[in-house]
Design a protein around this ligand. Structure first.
Ligand code: ATP
Length: 290
């Protein structure tokens, strides 16, 4: 599988403040890529840079063959579903979809046909006939997703599609995401919910305070090193060193800012202790018995 998106050293500065700090990652064609992080981590800023809504301060990317300088050309191949809907409140669902189709340059005959098909597929026939503002949050979300895929994008950026909506609507949206992906759309999904990412995504990345984190990290002499920054031959160290997990546990207990799930820290430390314990017992027994 080749890459739909490759990001290298992507950085965003707002004055003195750096919201995204030189992140590197790639998204495979045909996958659902989960981009997780707490509030203010830099998820939306990253999407905005990748879709041409914000200027890149440093670094680069290749999105379906186009870099930051040619982002206008890439826009016909990408779909964007922002965290806050960009549809017109007074226009009905059908007209909103036709309007988006026109913006993406779809021929007039195709616009109405695609809008009708999407409204049916998403179970939004009624929402298609009333002003956007008269819909529930879940319906608005689904309409916004429909608008984001009206031009059959190769890659769809979904910014927190299920935040703030009820369980049933969230379930419907997750189903739609899976169906879209099955039909061949690559999906870049940001979310706060780890369970959602686990359920939907083929791969997951984590951003905290603008830094890209890959599990696990190596903690050595007080240094905190994401594994992705290490040469390949050194990476097993991070997995082997229980120090990684001990330091993270300590960090989590002191300032509630551990990066790894607590259970993982405990499991690794318990396994390591059992290993050490059995190793010493075997050595003692060997001395006695031989
Ligand atoms: P959330 O999950 O709450 O949407 P997020 O991970 O999407 O958060 P961003 O919206 O990307 O986070 O914001 C990252 C950081 O950049 C935040 O500290 C935010 O205050 C800051 N930021 C975002 N936009 C601007 C701006 N236009 N000017 C200055 N700072 C900004």
């Amino acid at each position: 599988m080749d890459n739909a998106l490759e990001v290298k050293g992507l950085t965003k500065k707002y004055g003195e403040f750096t919201a995204v700090k030189g992140i590197d990652f790639s998204v495979l064609r045909g996958e659902i890529f989960g981009f997780l992080g707490p509030n203010g981590a830099g998820k939306t800023t990253t999407i905005n840079m990748l879709t041409g809504l914000a200027r890149v301060s440093a670094g680069t990317f290749n999105l379906v063959g186009y870099g930051p300088q040619q982002i206008k050309k890439a826009q016909q191949y990408i779909g964007i579903v922002p965290d806050e809907s960009n549809l017109y409140e007074e226009m009905d669902g059908f007209d909103n979809l036709c309007f988006c189709a026109a913006l993406y340059g779809l021929p007039k005959v195709l616009r109405a046909e695609k809008a009708k098909r999407l409204l049916k597929q998403f179970g939004l026939e009624e929402a298609g006939n009333r002003p956007f503002k008269a819909n529930s949050k879940g319906m608005k979300r689904k309409l916004t997703i429909a608008a984001g895929i009206i031009h059959d994008p190769k890659i769809l950026f979904l910014d927190e599609p299920t935040t703030g909506i009820d369980v049933a609507s969230a379930r419907q949206i997750r189903k739609l995401i899976l169906e879209l992906n099955k039909s061949g759309t690559t999906i870049f999904l940001t979310t706060h919910y780890i369970e959602e990412a686990e359920r939907l995504c083929h791969r997951i990345a984590f951003i905290v305070d603008g830094n890209f984190i890959r599990f696990p990290m190596l903690f050595l002499c007080g240094l905190f090193i994401p594994v992705s920054r290490l040469p390949v031959f050194l990476r097993p160290l991070a997995y082997a060193l229980p120090l990684t997990y001990g330091a993270d546990l300590l960090k989590a207990s002191i300032n509630n800012a551990g990066q790894l799930p607590l259970w993982l820290n405990y499991v690794v430390l318990i396994c390591f202790t059992i290993f050490l314990f059995s190793f010493s017992i075997i050595n003692v027994l060997k001395k006695w018995l031989l």
